[in-house]
Ligand binder design. Structure first.
Ligand code: ATP
Ligand code: LTN
Length: 334
């Protein structure tokens, strides 16, 4: 936003415990991209309250998530790691963009339909306009690129539509963002149902590997992963369970699916599952150690929160001022 580098924005909700899917599909790519772009990584706590949260729990999870961003390798000196709720510009821009979004567009959002079905007793307006807040997050920082898992593509598409509509009326105000989908790990599936994505809100804890799971739990979950009766380790649609395990193995080891299939040719599922479990443990162990260490350093985390919150607020104001002017809000008298 300020230098020559292109801008990257992404965020994660502070709901539930992060899964291996969140790590391989999102966080890991964030780290890879962080040198190339000027990055904003937000803990999107305002998105979390679209479903009911326990306040103490939300606060704790938000802090853990912010700490985890750093533990995963994001340097808070180089990347703006902050809480969405600390920058009021998100809510302000979201309101404005609400007035440039059609109900017809929001009605098509599959995440809304899924979550409305799951929380039938609390289908609130925030849940419905969630994609507009997400658009505001991205457009506020004039992001060029937004790394997300495949499930978020529809929200990126609506963000682009809203930005183009706004620009069409007022001239070039917003950068039109592009999604960035990683090559491996873009959609990690549940270990118990390989047709369903691994999710932190899954009721069955055996379907997801959590980033804080201990090695025994990881190995046990991998061993119990649902596969098939083909007794053949191949990367194909007809064997979604095995394909998912290959994806996980590749994302953890950096190997390709062809290499993996060759490596395990003629070997049994039990042996392969064990190798997948070990590969996952080797990724999670250093991450957990770093997280523990950082969690103890309250002063350091607080300083990151303060400095980066201010930086994000400053960048957000720049865009907001431009937007206010374009839409005809009266100038502030200083
Ligand atoms: P929930 O199921 O509670 O809605 P979630 O696990 O889908 O949560 P989000 O906070 O919505 O998590 O997602 C954070 C990021 O992780 C997003 O970029 C999302 O695309 C990515 N992601 C989530 N689940 C997976 C998955 N199974 N595979 C790959 N990427 C994922
Ligand atoms: N909707 C996303 C989280 C999210 C996000 C964003 C991701 C909110 N704002 C901006 C990328 C950019 C989710 O549920 N995973």
């Amino acid at each position: 936003m300020s230098g020559d580098k292109k801008v990257l924005f992404s965020g994660m909700q502070a709901t539930g415990s992060l899964t291996l899917g969140n790590y391989l599909g999102a966080l890991k790519n964030w780290v890879t991209l962080s040198d190339e772009y000027e990055c904003f990584y937000s803990v999107v706590d305002m998105h979390s309250i679209t479903v009911r949260q326990d306040p103490a729990e939300l606060r704790k999870r938000a802090r853990n998530l912010l700490t985890l961003y750093i533990a995963a390798g994001l340097d808070p000196e180089k990347n703006c790691i902050y809480y969405q709720s600390h920058v009021s510009g998100h809510a302000e821009l979201a309101w404005i963009l609400n007035c440039f979004t059609y109900m017809g567009e929001l009605n098509r959002m599959t995440q809304f339909k899924d979550k409305a079905a799951k929380h039938a007793d609390n289908i609130n307006a925030g849940l419905y306009t969630y994609p507009v807040l997400m658009a505001a997050d991205i457009l506020l920082y004039q992001a060029d690129v937004v790394p997300v898992g495949k499930d978020q593509l529809q929200h990126l598409e609506i963000t682009r539509d809203i930005a183009q509509r706004f620009n069409g009326i007022y001239g070039d105000v917003f950068t039109i963002p592009e999604p960035y989908i990683g090559k491996v790990g873009a959609k990690i599936m549940s270990l118990q149902n390989p047709e369903k994505k691994m999710s932190k809100s899954d009721e069955n804890p055996n379907g997801s590997i959590y980033l804080m799971d201990d090695p025994d739990t990881v190995i046990r979950k991998c061993k119990r992963a649902v596969t098939d009766s083909e007794a053949n380790i191949a990367y194909r649609d007809e064997q979604p369970g095995i394909r998912n395990l290959i994806d996980i193995y590749c994302a953890c080891t950096g190997k390709t699916s062809d290499e993996t299939v060759r490596e395990f040719e003629g070997r049994g599922y039990g042996e392969f599952k064990m190798a997948v479990g070990e590969a996952v443990v080797s990724v999670l162990k250093p991450l957990q150690a770093r997280f523990e260490e950082l969690s103890k350093d309250k002063g350091y985390i607080d300083s990151v929160i303060r400095a980066n919150g201010e930086k994000a607020g400053y960048c957000a104001m720049k865009t907001l001022r431009k937007v206010h002017k374009k839409i005809g809000f009266p100038e502030r008298i200083r």
